[in-house]
Ligand binder design. Structure first.
Ligand SMILES: Nc1nc2c(c(=O)[nH]1)N[C@H]1C(S)=C(S)[C@@H](COP(=O)(O)OP(=O)(O)OC[C@H]3O[C@@H](n4cnc5c(=O)[nH]c(N)nc54)[C@H](O)[C@@H]3O)O[C@H]1N2
Ligand SMILES: Nc1nc2c(c(=O)[nH]1)N[C@H]1C(S)=C(S)[C@@H](COP(=O)(O)OP(=O)(O)OC[C@H]3O[C@@H](n4cnc5c(=O)[nH]c(N)nc54)[C@H](O)[C@@H]3O)O[C@H]1N2
Ligand SMILES: [Mo]
Length: 766
């Protein structure tokens, strides 16, 4: 019998061993609700879709004049590591020498995997900085709009909201949680870097037992855990701001807003109120006005406003709300609504952004720093907000607006990606396919033949965490884990660090990249940061070898003192917010001064672009494209748990039975979703958990084109990003708008094309 060894993942700590040639996974003993996503892991050991050897796309290898046009439809040729290192090194040398570092895109957005040293983003950024720099991307697909608007309204993105209201405070004090976008427990299964115990369910349950009331505002009923019997306010997708304005209006009309708080802690309320009452535009944002937009009746809005004012109320706004047209507005308006209630900084009250979306948000902060790999300085100043990737590749030299700056898209010759999957995360995949035909060279490190790998020129096989030693630790997680190698590298896969070290060696840059340390030496070196802090605070601080033998190490957390919101409330002069006024900015002169038409000086209602276009008549359904419960994004879509949820090999799309019956669609039928941008197949699942008129298709099914050579193609597997729109939230933040789109729905007639995306691609010989 081999023994179980500790390991960790974005969806939980666990231990594993290989017994009779099979990888067995056992959740961490202390985890009360282990994630079923652990069931996706064993497939990494033997799936045919693993990248086993370095591979080069034939067109690129033969330098065919039209080679770039063949991306995504070409066959691959497997080569040796020696040849791969030489090819990549020579190409990097050519591009850096001819066009400079501002022609290399190393944005490389993506979640990669848990582990502090073998973190693909840190590795690739460090490597490209050693080479002379790269064009980077800023912000995230998760939170593109919030990351820009929150600093204008409140100060640092992380400081005020995420750090303010803890689960403990909610359990202790909150009477009403009003959750815009719900608090789907499936999402709290994961946390970037790891989550040693899944406790959100218990925390929410504790608050519920004390008598807290939960209201979930969402088009989906199951966006809140069923056992908490939350009240469901079904709302038309994309209309939260109208509802929030209706609530604000109801507060003002009954004098329930906290005027003392607004005077002391905020600026610009008067200008906002002029808008709210309709004095500026002749349109009072009354509950009746709100009801006509969001579909929730005016009396419900009024009584909710009273309840909010009469209870210790926490307003939460999910990430999903701002991953949409004008996504800045619901976040800002949530802050304004909470300011009007005057409870910001009180225990368990006020405003929290994205609570419940990731397992560790709401946990107490760690008292010690975690190990991180240094990335050096990037001398290149060009950058893009991450969701403008296709725009950048399609419009070299073109200009765009971002947060008060007029910027120019650089001319990218070489794209280098490690640890992310743009053919998963980006919107309007047909447009992305066109964009991916522009660069001269695309290099990808991947463990599996994702759609991104299939659109690359050189694919280098990367190990998964199971094939390497690492340190597992995450923000707000009180356990550090010795992630021990559980299986041998699959095929000829190498760690990203070793791949970069090999290429750096070819370029004469091995020493600056590795600093002369092996992987093992790096682990011990990085661990020192945390050990020193532990020792200085008088905690148990074992040396690296002892930690490694023990397998895990508890980390101390800070006491919950209400965070920066509490400090600000207690003394707004000494603890000014780092906004221009030092207060909460309900009106921002800075944002107003940018002169944008799509994000102005205070939050306001903008109907989504598709709602005021021809799309309304052509595409009657709102498609919610949310996070999948059966995997993390696209990761391990080939794993057993994710595949067990497919129906006839397709991703399930949920449909309200009324809508299905009207279209002659039965449970399990293959359906086609379509709009101007593209189409996909999916398997119908009838469900009364959705409002009529709303469909739901999770992200993450690997994109498989029906015709890889066509300009526009259908995805036969069920990837919603073939349908979503690739436009920024606004000129302010340029965040992605992938959460909601309009589509047509029909039963698919005719032979259903097979799904082959979990097979290896076609390899040819020289
Ligand atoms: N329509 C729509 N689109 C969305 C969203 C939405 O709600 N709707 N959500 C968005 C959000 S919030 C996010 S965060 C993004 C997520 O987008 P991504 O973060 O790009 O998605 P992942 O599937 O996690 O991609 C990670 C990739 O890295 C690879 N990988 C993992 N570990 C390693 C490693 O050690 N080395 C290397 N070389 N590779 C590794 C995995 O195999 C995987 O292919 O998607 C966004 N896209
Ligand atoms: N299991 C699992 N968990 C995950 C992830 C994963 O891939 N898998 N991804 C993680 C990542 S990277 C992130 S950023 C977070 C994302 O966290 P979120 O963005 O909050 O998660 P989503 O599931 O995309 O959306 C939550 C819900 O918002 C609702 N919603 C959509 N549009 C609207 C709207 O206009 N108004 C209202 N009121 N509700 C709306 C949808 O019904 C949806 O189910 O999740 C994290 N958690
Ligand atoms: Mo995300």
């Amino acid at each position: 019998m081999t023994s179980f060894k500790p390991h960790s993942s974005h969806w939980g700590a666990f231990s594993g061993r290989v017994e009779n040639g099979r990888l067995e996974i056992r959740p961490h003993d202390n985890d009360p609700y282990p994630s079923p996503l652990l069931g996706n892991l064993p497939a990494v050991a033997d799936s045919p879709v693993r990248v086993r050897r370095p591979a080069v796309r034939r067109g690129w290898l033969e330098a065919a004049h039209d080679h770039a046009q063949r991306r995504g439809g070409d066959e691959f040729v497997e080569i040796s590591w020696d040849e791969a290192e030489a090819l990549v090194a020579a190409e990097l040398r050519r591009v850096y020498q001819t066009h400079g570092p501002q022609s290399v895109f190393g944005g490389s957005y993506g979640w990669a995997s848990a582990g502090r040293f073998h973190h693909a983003q840190s590795q690739i950024h460090r490597f490209l900085n050693v080479l002379g720099g790269y064009v980077r991307s800023v912000n995230t697909y998760s939170s593109g709009a919030a990351m820009v608007i929150i600093p204008h309204a409140l100060g640092p993105y992380d400081n005020f909201d995420r750090k303010s209201v803890t689960w403990d405070a909610i359990e202790r004090s909150t009477e009403l949680v009003l959750a815009f976008g719900g608090m789907a427990i499936k999402n709290a299964d994961v946390h970037g870097g790891g989550i040693s115990t899944h406790t959100v369910r218990q925390k929410l349950g504790g608050a519920g037992q004390r008598g807290a009331h939960f209201i979930s505002v969402s088009p989906l009923r199951d966006d809140f855990p069923a056992e908490l019997s939350a009240e469901w306010l079904p709302l038309k997708p994309g209309t939260d701001v109208a509802l929030m304005l209706g609530l604000a209006y109801a507060l003002v009309s009954e004098r329930l807003h906290d005027q003392a708080f607004l005077r002391r802690y905020t600026v610009g309320y008067d200008r906002f109120e002029t808008y709210l009452l309709g004095e500026a535009d002749g349109e009072p944002k009354s509950p009746e006005w709100a009801a006509s937009i969001c579909g929730i009746d005016p009396d419900t809005i009024r009584s909710l406003a009273r309840k909010m004012a009469g209870s210790r109320t926490l307003i939460t706004v999910s990430h999903s709300l701002q991953r949409a047209d004008y996504g800045e507005q619901p976040v800002w308006m949530g802050i304004v609504l909470a300011s009007m209630l005057g409870q910001i900084g009180l225990d368990g009250g006020g405003f929290s952004y994205s609570l419940g979306a990731l397992g560790n948000i709401g946990n107490n902060l760690l008292a010690v720093p975690l190990p991180t790999l240094g990335q050096f300085k990037n001398p290149v100043s060009d950058y893009i907000p991450c969701a403008r990737i296709a725009d950048m590749l399609l419009n070299p030299g073109g200009t765009f607006e971002y947060n008060g700056h007029s910027l120019r898209y650089p001319h990218i010759r070489l794209v280098y990606w490690a640890g992310g999957n743009p053919f998963h995360h980006h919107q309007d995949i047909n447009r992305l396919r066109a964009a991916f035909k522009r660069p001269e060279t695309i290099i990808v490190h991947e463990s599996a033949w994702t759609s991104t790998a299939r659109h690359a020129d050189i694919v280098l096989p990367a190990t998964t965490t199971l094939e390497r030693d690492d340190i597992g630790a995450a923000d707000r997680d009180p356990l550090m884990i010795a992630m021990k190698r559980l299986i041998e590298p699959v095929g000829e896969a190498r760690d990203d660090f070793d791949i970069f070290a090999g290429i750096a060696c070819q370029l004469g840059l091995e020493e600056p990249f590795t600093e002369g340390r092996s992987s093992r030496e790096w682990l011990a070196y990085l661990y020192e940061t945390t050990r020193t802090a532990l020792a200085s605070q008088g905690h148990d601080a074992p040396d690296f070898e002892t930690f490694w033998q023990r397998g895990e190490l508890p980390l101390p957390t800070k006491e919950d003192q209400g965070g920066p919101a509490r400090s600000f409330r207690l003394d707004p002069t000494a603890n000014r917010l780092p906004t221009p006024s030092g207060k909460i900015e309900i009106f921002s002169e800075t944002v107003e001064g940018f002169g944008y038409d799509d994000c102005k000086g205070h939050p306001r209602w903008f109907p989504a672009k598709s709602e005021v276009s021809d799309e309304v008549a052509l595409y009657p359904f709102h498609l919610v494209c949310n996070q999948p419960h059966q995997r993390l994004h696209s990761q391990l879509d080939y794993g057993a748990f994710s595949r067990s949820k497919k129906i006839r090999d397709r991703e399930p799309v949920r449909i309200n039975p009324k809508d299905a019956h009207a279209r002659g669609i039965s449970d399990g039928d293959i359906v086609r979703l379509s709009n101007d941008r593209g189409s996909c197949l999916a398997a119908a699942t009838l469900s009364d958990q959705l409002m009529p008129g709303v469909l739901q298709l999770a992200t993450g099914a690997w994109f498989e084109p029906q015709d890889a050579t066509a300009e526009k193609t259908m995805c036969v597997h069920g990837n919603p990003n073939i349908l979503t729109r690739d436009i920024g939230t606004s000129k302010l933040a340029q965040g992605c708008t992938g959460q909601i789109t309009r589509v047509q729905l029909e039963r698919y007639v005719g032979p259903v094309p097979p799904v082959h995306i979990f097979d290896a691609p076609k390899f040819g010989s020289r």
